[in-house]
Design a binder for this molecule. Structure first.
Ligand code: PMT
Length: 404
């Protein structure tokens, strides 16, 4: 399953804030992703951006007036048919109205009649946002089951600094995707490890590997989109933490082991995409080793095999353990060996000798091996690969629940 906006009916309520121009960009992105976007604007929203802007970007009629359509009852039908209702930017005034169930315009009336999930994105001056009245209204919205996305911090249009900016699309898109997804990982607690580890020689040098973290981060992001509660244990990477995911940053294999052991008992699905250094220097020098010591040789000690330890302690009825194998030859044989040796439920084998698979690449080509099947996945983006791996995980969880 691929979580996407394609074919989804999304209603966006735009209220009177300068951040309305940003939402024009969101509408354009959603329309390009083949969502059907209907925009409802309040009177004050139309002072900032014209309805024609949203109509041109969405290719759909923009609704502004409760009484314009006669007996059409758009305030009922728009909300009933939507897969998702987004209010962005949401002003303090509209938030106050929603908190108290007031419905004096098309937007607030449609929200009250909506069946879809409603996500509210406040945007306003920082002092207005932190005012106890606004905060109390936001708390009420949460109690009423509206989802509220915190505004970002920074300089606002009024030149004030504070929390009140509408977040960028990159910060909200996964929250929206999660809302329209089938939620087939809802209720699952997914623990993912990603990236390399660093084994320090001295304060300046370390042993590591080429892992960028892209594969593990794609798994964490897509698992969140599909409804899971996700914890990501990450070695050093340059990647931002995916939205909605709890990240624990580690350096060494020992640190990764400690973090994995801590989060393991609560996890129901564990995916180990990290490339753990198999060895570490016997000694880490406190001072930088001087160049003069040209003959320096490094004595290495084996690191713990974290995945193998997890395989030994896993609860086979409650937990599903997934490993990766980075291989350069005999892929199937090595994968099957690791599946058994580490007591895994599934292993994703990738070829690290090709340029477009494995380390650093944006694409991957994986062979999935479990105790029933061998499935060859196509060469696709790491995000699509992550979705295909999660499809197999969902199928294995379902077989466990309903063995035939
Ligand atoms: O991060 P990217 O640039 O996107 O690259 C992705 C990747 C190539 C790193 C990823 O797809 C991958 O293959 N990860 C596993 C790399 C690896 O360490 O493979 P392995 O065959 O050496 O180890 C097998 C499994 O045991 C892995 O799940 C690994 O996390 C685990 N392991 C290995 C050694 C060790 N000491 N402890 C472990 O837990």
């Amino acid at each position: 399953m691929h979580t996407s906006f394609a074919g989804k009916k999304i209603v966006i309520g735009v209220t009177g804030s300068i951040a309305a121009f940003k939402v024009a960009g969101w509408v354009s992105t959603l329309a390009k992703a083949e969502a059907r976007v209907t925009v409802i604007m309040t009177d004050s929203a139309m002072r900032f951006v014209s309805p024609l802007t949203f109509a041109s970007l969405s290719g759909e009629k923009v609704y502004t007036d409760m009484f314009a359509d006669g007996p059409d009852m758009s305030h009922i039908s728009l909300g009933m048919e939507a897969d998702l209702f987004i209010i962005a930017p949401a002003t303090a005034h509209t938030i106050a109205k929603l908190a108290h169930g007031l419905s004096d315009n098309l937007l607030t009336t449609t929200v009250l009649a909506a069946r879809a999930k409603v996500i509210v994105c406040p945007a306003m001056n920082g002092r207005m946002y932190s005012h106890p009245a606004t905060q109390a209204n936001i708390a009420t919205l949460k109690e009423l089951n509206y989802q509220v996305i915190d505004p970002a911090c920074g300089t606002m249009a009024c030149k004030d600094e504070g929390q009140g900016r509408l977040p960028e699309w990159e910060q909200v898109q996964d929250v929206f995707l999660r809302a329209v997804s089938a939620g087939d990982l809802e209720g699952q607690r997914v623990l993912v490890s990603a990236g390399p580890t660093r084994e320090h020689i001295d304060p300046a040098r370390f042993i590591s590997n080429r892992s960028s973290g892209k594969m593990g981060y794609a798994l964490a992001r897509t698992a969140y989109r599909r409804g899971a509660e996700v914890t990501l244990v990450s070695g050093p990477t340059h990647l931002p933490c995916p939205e909605g995911v709890t990240r624990r940053e580690v350096q060494t294999a020992e640190d990764m082991r400690t973090a994995m052991m801590e989060h393991f008992p609560a996890a129901t699905v564990i995916i180990k995409a990290a490339a753990v250094s198999d060895f570490r220097p016997e000694t880490t020098h406190r001072e930088k080793v001087k160049k003069g010591q040209a003959e320096l040789s490094l004595e290495l000690r084996a690191n713990p095999d974290i995945l193998r330890e997890l395989g030994e302690i896993k609860d086979g009825t409650r937990q599903l353990l997934v490993g990766f194998a980075a291989e350069s030859s005999d892929l199937l044989r090595e994968g099957k060996k690791k599946l058994l040796k580490k007591n895994l439920d599934l292993i994703a084998v990738n070829d690290i000798t090709r340029e477009n698979t494995g380390f650093e690449a944006d694409t991957n080509q994986i062979t999935l091996i479990d105790h029933q099947d061998i499935i060859e996945l196509p060469l696709v983006s790491k995000e699509r690969t992550a979705d295909l791996i999660l499809d197999r995980i969902v199928a294995l969880l379902q077989t466990r629940e309903n063995p035939s």
